[in-house]
Design a protein. Structure first.
Length: 465
């Protein structure tokens, strides 16, 4: 048991303090943030939950869309207002270098070169390369919300601020430098169980999910995407390392595993392996568990359909994420993506037949340049035909330096909104529940949930690529 004492409080005095914040990033960047937290803890720094208490602020940004880039730039400006040294990481520095430089001339670190963090801290004894990859997503903890939880659980007579600070510090020590002990506390401690039950929909920190990142980077060159500027090409993790992580998760009593990478389907291409080999090895390990796999480009689904079909029949893979982006061949060609829609349809149908209960998840784009209404309808027809369990429709966002940026005519925002409304009617008629998330500017459609309540929305957002 980890005991909270005054010595625990005093032992943190004098250490360099680090505040880490991620701005609506994908899960891979949340894993980066968590790994960075481990890096600082292993080098005798203290992770704090308040930027006013920090010596260093690490901001992990997103620039997937214009909206995400703007939000990240706003956060850069906000954190410049603190006394701490600001380091900007994530995808923004590589994608919006010029706009960022107009606002910020401090230290930046590109997603594909995180190990260069060592250059900023030459006094650190443990290098970033020697820190094991994260298996938990970083979450920005809402301090005031957690204090309210303490208040409800313990009553209002305790000095809640001091209690929160002490509990938070000890939880941080466990979380970032002792994952096994942390897992036992989260699963068995009465207070942790209460937090998980009461706040599951808004604090995913307490999910029983073990994340494994088999690779970094992407092999594709989609015409609308700028993320590759930040993440680079495919770099696969050794197969033995992944198997070891998986077994560690099982030892820690996890039953739900997520394999998540920028381009999971391309796993192994650079090291003489492949995705089917990885899945075959993992699903051959005995145990009571389920695996969700994400971000498999349809080209890999088609290429590997025979072994995938066989592996799915083992009933170990519960979720399968593959973004179609469009159901129209012409648009797919303009996107520089696999465009044989018939082969895609055949492959997805075979996945369904191999595992009828498979949660098949997809994403698509509304309003790609030159796309007609009829071509967008073909995307909806494809969704209906395959019977995806869950999916997202994103509005097209023109990104700097991409081929798609030069395509004309662009689809107006008013037209995109009209198509979203049409998609809502079409998909509801096809038996889907739909919800438009204004904050994220996306439409969710689902057959997995009877209603898209807060818990369902939280789950949906956690599956976005």
């Amino acid at each position: 048991m980890y005991i909270i004492t005054q010595n625990t409080f005093d032992s943190n005095m004098g250490r360099q303090t680090v505040f880490i914040y991620e701005v609506s990033t994908c899960n891979r960047r949340k894993l980066d943030a968590f790994k960075l937290s481990r890096y600082f803890v292993r080098n005798n720094c203290q992770i704090v939950d308040d930027p006013t208490k920090a010596d260093i602020i690490i901001l992990i940004t997103c620039a997937y869309s214009a909206e995400h880039a703007n939000q990240s730039l706003q956060m850069v400006n906000r954190f410049l207002g603190y006394d701490a040294e600001l380091i900007v990481g994530g995808c923004l520095p590589a994608i919006e270098e010029e706009r960022l430089s107009e606002l910020f001339n401090g230290k930046t670190i590109v997603t594909s070169e995180l190990e260069k963090i060592d250059e900023f801290f030459p006094e650190n004894r443990v290098s970033f390369a020697n820190i094991e990859d994260a298996n938990t997503l970083w979450e920005n903890i809402n301090k005031h919300k957690l204090i309210k939880i303490f208040e409800k659980f313990f009553g209002k007579l305790l000095p809640l601020q001091r209690l929160f600070d002490t509990f938070s510090r000890c939880l941080t020590n466990l979380l970032y430098d002792g994952a096994t002990n942390y897992q036992k506390i989260i699963k068995n401690h009465l207070f942790a169980k209460y937090i998980k039950k009461r706040w599951f929909s808004s604090i995913r920190l307490y999910e029983d999910v073990f994340y494994i990142r088999p690779a970094w980077g992407c092999l594709g060159n989609c015409s609308y995407c700028v993320i590759k500027k930040a993440i680079g090409s495919i770099r696969s993790k050794p197969l033995d390392t992944i198997i070891s992580e998986f077994k560690n998760g099982l030892k820690s009593e996890y039953k739900n595993f997520v394999l998540d990478a920028d381009d999971l389907g391309a796993y192994g291409i650079d090291i003489g392996s492949n995705l089917p080999e990885l899945l075959d090895k993992l699903t051959s390990i005995p145990g009571d568990y389920k695996i969700h796999i994400r971000n498999i480009h349809p080209v890999w689904v088609v290429k590997y359909i025979d072994p995938l079909e066989s592996i799915l029949k083992r009933n170990k893979i519960q979720g399968f994420g593959s973004s179609i982006q469009s159901g129209n061949p012409r648009i797919l060609k303009l996107m520089h993506r696999f465009s044989d829609v018939k082969k895609m349809e055949e492959a997805f149908c075979r996945l369904r037949e191999a595992c009828p209960d498979l949660m098949l998840v997809t994403e698509c784009i509304n309003g790609f340049p030159t796309e007609t209404r009829e071509e967008f309808k073909e995307t909806l027809d494809f969704i209906k035909e395959i019977d995806f369990s869950l999916g997202y429709i994103f509005p097209f966002s023109s990104r700097p330096g991409t081929f798609a940026e030069s395509l004309e005519p662009k689809i107006s925002n008013d037209e995109i909104i009209l198509r979203m409304k049409y998609a809502k009617r079409y998909l509801r008629k096809a038996g889907y529940n739909t919800l438009f998330l204004k904050r994220h500017n996306i439409m969710v459609f689902s057959k997995k949930f009877s209603t898209l309540d807060e818990g369902a929305k939280s789950f949906c957002l956690s599956t976005i690529g």
